[in-house]
Ligand binder design. Structure first.
Ligand code: HH2
Length: 291
């Protein structure tokens, strides 16, 4: 699948795309409170588009481990004015929610994509997406909910289990009449997984490509990067860039990031490098060895 069909846009995935995160929340794990009111969230949307974001992912409920749930009315009050204001920016808008009521209202308000960390498992979520003729969807794997997910990290084979789960969810959507080119998949880095399991998902990401849908990956600032580098959340930009490039190198077509400008730059260099012919490395000549 070389494109992602969404409501207003058919996103060409011949080059990797950058999804910029807009958390309209007081408590998100890395930027909680930074864009919690409508004017600052909209200013953030404009800034991310100016920096080169291909997609904006707008969320009104934190999914960090232990985050308290937010009511439907409160979530809608956070995200709807931002969706309405950001529609004029000319990029696809995604709603990051697991609630069917929020999906329906956001689709009515004009979002192009539904991004659900629970892969449309709440009752009514599949119907909310299927009722729209063309809204795009990202199905993400997670276990439990944000309060319980980090107690559920026992897998026999994390990659096989994530793949089987995503395959099952794709089947449910297909049965509901959602066209295959509307669906992207995400293994859910950090959602009910240990750092080692997250890295296994990265190393064996090609096995998820076999599901036949574009992969969307969210490594930005996540705690596995903190474990690898010893850095607090505010100092994980280099690690996030390396993870985004590693994900793209293994076939991801969309990366979900907080730091759009830096990621766009990194991907430009990555793309240019990928186009260069790789020089053949011949054997080391003994004649040139220092005496
Ligand atoms: N990660 C977060 C939220 N939504 N959606 C997808 N598809 N993939 C992800 O990896 C993903 C996601 C968590 O990051 P963030 O939105 O910055 O934090 P919070 O959930 O605390 O708002």
């Amino acid at each position: 699948m070389s494109h992602w069909q969404t409501t207003r846009f058919r996103i060409d995935l011949a080059r990797p795309r950058v999804m910029g995160i807009v958390n309209v929340t007081p408590d998100s794990f890395s930027d909680g409170g930074a864009h919690a009111d409508t004017p600052s969230a909209l200013a953030h949307c404009e800034r991310l588009v100016a920096e080169g974001a291909d997609i904006l992912d707008i969320g009104g409920e934190s999914t960090r481990p232990g985050a308290p749930p937010v009511g439907v009315e409160q979530e809608l009050a956070r995200v709807l004015p931002v969706i309405e204001g950001a529609r004029a920016l000319g990029v696809p808008l995604s709603i990051d929610t697991l609630k069917p009521e929020v999906m329906r209202a956001a689709i009515a308000a004009g979002v192009d994509i539904v991004n659900d960390v629970q892969a449309l498992r709440l009752p009514g979520a599949v119907e909310a997406v299927a009722a729209s003729p063309s809204v795009g969807v990202c199905l993400m794997h997670m276990r439990g909910d944000p309060r319980t997910m980090q107690q559920q990290t026992q897998y026999d084979d994390v990659v096989a289990e994530v793949a089987a789960f995503l395959r099952e969810r794709v089947g449910v959507l297909a049965a509901a009449g959602v066209a295959a080119d509307r669906i992207t998949l995400d293994p859910g880095i950090g959602f009910g997984k240990t750092p080692e399991q997250n890295l296994t998902l990265l190393r064996r990401q090609h096995e998820l490509l076999a599901l036949g849908h574009p992969l969307l990956l969210g490594w930005s600032r996540k705690s596995t990067l903190g474990v690898l580098t010893g850095r607090p959340v505010g100092e994980r930009l280099p690690a996030s860039l390396a993870a985004a490039l590693a994900a793209v190198a293994r076939g991801a077509r969309v990366v979900r990031v907080h730091d759009v400008a830096a990621t766009v730059d990194a991907l430009k260099v990555w793309d240019a490098a990928a186009l260069l012919p790789v020089p053949e490395s011949g054997p080391i000549s003994l004649a040139n060895a220092p005496r």
